[in-house]
Design a protein around this ligand. Sequence first.
Ligand SMILES: *Cc1c(COP(=O)(O)O)cnc(C)c1O
Length: 396
Amino acid sequence: MTDAFKTRRFDTRAVRVGHRRTPEGEQSEPIFPTSSYVFESAAQAAARFAGDEPGNIYSRFTNPTVRVFQERLAALEGGESCVATASGMSAILSTCLGLLQQGDALVSAKAVFGSTIMLFDNYLAKFGVAVHYVDSPDPEAWAQTIDRVRPKLVFLETPSNPLTQVYDIEAVAGICRQAGALLAVDNCFCTPALQRPLELGADIVIHSATKYIDGQGRCVGGAVVGDAERVGKDVFGVLRTAGPSMSPFNAWVFAKGLETLSLRMHAHCRNAGQIAQWLEDHPQVARVHYPGLASHPQHALAARQQEGFGGIVAFELKGGQAAAWQLIDAVRIFSITANLGDAKSTITHPATTTHGRLSPEQRAQAGIGDGLVRIAVGLEDPLDLIEDLEQALARI
Ligand SMILES: *Cc1c(COP(=O)(O)O)cnc(C)c1O
C-alpha cells in the first residue's frame, strides 16, 4: 500500500496523500458511511479478523474515509502511524490508556488545556498513575522533575494557552530520551503547517482536529501520530477495543481541511501578527503575549522552532476585569466563544471561562490576570478586526 505522494513536498502531501480512487473515478474523496464490510468468503473473514490480510472489518477501527485523514495527517507530521479519534480529549485518553499502566508516572506542563489537567488529576490518578506538573518552559525545570520522578510519559503543549509560552521541544525531547521517557506534544495551536514535533525528537503528536484542522468550527475530532509500535499498535489497540472513533463524515471534513491547512495557518499568522503589533502600541493595553513580538520572552525560540507564530494573541487591559468584559461586549465582529482555530475570529476572558474553575491564587500563579483577554484571530480582513477592537476599546 505505497502512496507515491508521501515523498512529495508538504503542500502536495496535504492535498494528495491517502485517496485511492475507486472505479467510479471520483475527483474528491468519497465518504463511506458504512458500519461494516462484506467479505468474499468465510476464509477471507477469518483472515481479516486474524490480521493475516489487510482490509476493512468494522468502522469502529477501519473505515476508508477515516484512513484518508489518518494517512494524510501522518504524512504531514512525518509519523508512521496515525489513529483518528472522536475528539482531542479522546486522543489524549487513548494515548494514556495505550502507553501507561498502574504505578507509572506522568510529567506534564502545568500550562495545558484545562480538560487535559482534569483528565490527568481526576481520572488517570484514580487508576494509579502519578501525575507531576512542571510550571515553567525552562528545560532545567523539566530535567529536574524528569530525573526525580522517572516518568513513562511526558506531555506538553506549545505555545501554551492563553499566555503563548513557548516550550523547547528539542531540549525536552533530549531530556526524555536520556531518562527513557516518551514525549507527547499537543500540536493543536501550530499544526504541522507551522511545527513538526516528531522532527524535533518528540515521540507522539496529539491533535484536537476540532481547531485548525477543521478550520471552520464544524466538527469535533482528534488524532494521535507516531511510530508503528506505540501508535500503530498500542494506541490503535485502545481505539479498536474501546471505540472512541471518528465518524466518516468528520474524517472527510478534516481530510479536506488539511488540503488548505498551510494556506490558512499562514494567513492566521499574518493577521494575528498585525493585530498584536497594533495592540502593543495601544495606551489601554498593559501587555501583549504573542510569540511573534520581539518583546515575547521566547521570541527567538519560537522563530527557530515554528514556521510562523500562530493565530492566538492574549493581552492585558489596564482596566482589569471590568474593562475586559466591556471590550468583549462591545466588539461586533469577534464571536464571544472559547473555541479557536476558526475562520471566524473569537474572543474570550480566560479568568472567568477557561480558567474560571481555578482559585484566584492558582490563577495568579498561572499568570492569568483579571484584565487578560484572549483572541483567536480568524481569516477576516485584519484591518476590519483592528477597527473593531479600536471602537470597542474607545467605549471602555
Ligand atoms: C481543544 C483542545 C483540546 C481538546 O480537544 P477537543 O477536540 O475539544 O476534545 C486539547 N488540547 C488543546 C490545546 C485544545 O485547544
